[in-house]
Design a protein. Structure first.
Length: 116
């Protein structure tokens, strides 16, 4: 049996832009993706602290160092620029592995720079 466990998260990311007319996903500064261990096109859960919206999509890399967090497609109806979000990725582990596993948490400031 496997359990779904939090693998990593970008905590308190600030949305820099939204683009409604796009096939759909979230564009994330590739340096932030690497810091959190989020792979290109990996499934992520996005929770908006401003309005409580939660959605599942996939991560698309943006230019490293750009600080971009761009909500693309239909999700732009739920999340607005300047909203604060938590971007989470998950993995499947055995209960034994899960007992030893610690998720990678990357905390960001208001400019999407890593603070912890």
């Amino acid at each position: 049996m496997f359990v779904k466990i939090l693998k990593s998260k970008l905590h308190h990311a600030r949305v820099t832009e939204t683009r409604l007319h796009y096939p759909g996903s979230i564009e994330i500064d590739s340096a932030l993706m690497e810091a959190a261990g989020i792979l290109p096109y990996e499934s992520v859960l996005v929770a908006d602290l401003n309005n409580g919206s939660r959605l599942e999509t996939y991560a698309v890399p943006a230019e490293a160092g750009s600080g971009k967090i761009v909500i693309l497609g239909a999700a732009a109806q739920l999340i607005q620029p300047k909203d604060i979000v938590i971007i989470m990725s998950f993995g499947f582990l055995t209960p034994e592995e899960a007992g030893q596993f610690m998720p990678k948490v990357v905390v960001l400031d208001e400019n999407n720079e890593i603070t912890g």
